[in-house]
Design a binder for this molecule. Structure first.
Ligand SMILES: Nc1ncnc2c1ncn2[C@@H]1O[C@H](COP(=O)(O)OP(=O)(O)OP(=O)(O)O)[C@@H](O)[C@H]1O
Ligand SMILES: [Mg+2]
Length: 285
């Protein structure tokens, strides 16, 4: 994870006013130039993100997205410049989708809870899409299942349809990039444009990964070690649909709903709301 950058001094006042004094900081993650802390005090908990270097613009963009989306109970403060940018959000208490599926991956009897979590995640994405926004980086750790519903986090690349797409978008997590989006990025079509269909692909890939503990595509079957490939090389494989779906089938009824979403053309994919309906049929099995 590397040594953390300094906690942004300008975020201290917000953290103290929301959490009370003293505020205790816990280092959560530091990747690609963006550090996240969990700040906890006697009266509350917030998340603080600080981006420097390449992470500064991405963090600035996330703050701009959160202001534009206008979700209540989310963004508390933001600031900085092109060298260091920061934002403070409410801390969302609850398991990520990945964590919600832990019993299923561990062979414990957690399918009912995992199915409910899946439906909740798809509903949250459906609501987002109905508001004209696309998340653009759905992955197992970006849905937090709180007592008040799913909160989607890491909205740096989220995009409102009809506006100018962000320069520098590379399709989100490469393992979950939709083939048509991978193709357009590799073809150099700029700006790379997110879509609801690509979001639904990443959503299905997220649920597949959470259930199986493996990425949706069977890299080994194609003789590929994804860690040895650059993102562009991996996108080329995905774009050409050269990789079969992974054959691990710990939960066939659940995977049967997701398989066509991952294999069909973008125009044939269900919407997130339709995926909710599909998952409801698993419950009846
Ligand atoms: N508001 C929040 N509530 C709860 N947990 C959070 C919150 N914000 C961030 N986290 C935690 O911190 C982790 C990293 O946050 P986030 O995904 O926003 O940062 P990131 O550095 O952009 O990550 P990456 O680029 O690797 O996806 C999340 O996976 C989650 O565990
Ligand atoms: Mg993230």
């Amino acid at each position: 994870m590397g040594e953390f950058p300094p906690f942004p001094a300008a975020a201290v006042a917000t953290a103290e006013s929301v959490c009370g004094i003293p505020v205790e900081l816990k280092e959560i993650s530091y990747r690609r130039g963006a550090a996240v802390w969990k700040a906890t005090g006697p009266e509350g908990t917030v998340a603080v993100k600080a981006g420097d270097g390449e992470g500064a613009a991405v963090t600035q963009r996330e703050a701009a997205v959160l202001k534009a989306i206008g979700w209540p109970d989310y963004l508390l403060a933001s600031g900085g410049d092109e060298d260091v940018a920061w934002l403070v959000t409410h801390w969302f208490a609850g398991p990520s989708t990945w964590q919600a599926f832990a019993p299923v991956r561990g062979d414990a009897d957690g399918k009912e809870g995992a199915l409910a979590a899946s439906v909740d995640l798809c509903r949250a994405v459906a609501v987002l899409h109905s508001s004209g926004w696309i998340h653009s980086d759905l992955q197992p750790s970006h849905g937090i299942h709180t007592d008040h519903g799913v909160r989607l986090i890491d909205c740096s690349w989220s995009w409102r349809e009809g506006t100018e797409p962000a320069a520098g978008f590379r399709g989100g997590l490469t393992h979950l990039v939709a083939p048509e989006l991978a193709a357009s990025i590799n073809a150099g079509i700029q700006p790379a444009t997110p879509s609801t269909a690509a979001d639904v692909y990443a959503l299905a890939g997220t649920l597949w990964t959470c259930a199986t503990g493996r990425w949706p595509l069977d890299y080994a079957a194609a003789g590929i070690e994804p860690g040895r490939l650059t993102p562009a090389e991996l996108r080329a494989q995905i774009a050409d649909r050269r990789l079969p779906l992974d054959t691990a089938a710990p939960w066939p009824a659940f995977q049967d709903i997701l398989r066509p979403v991952l294999l069909d053309r973008a125009s044939d994919r269900p919407t997130a709301a339709e995926l909710v309906e599909g998952l409801a049929t698993v419950a009846k099995c």
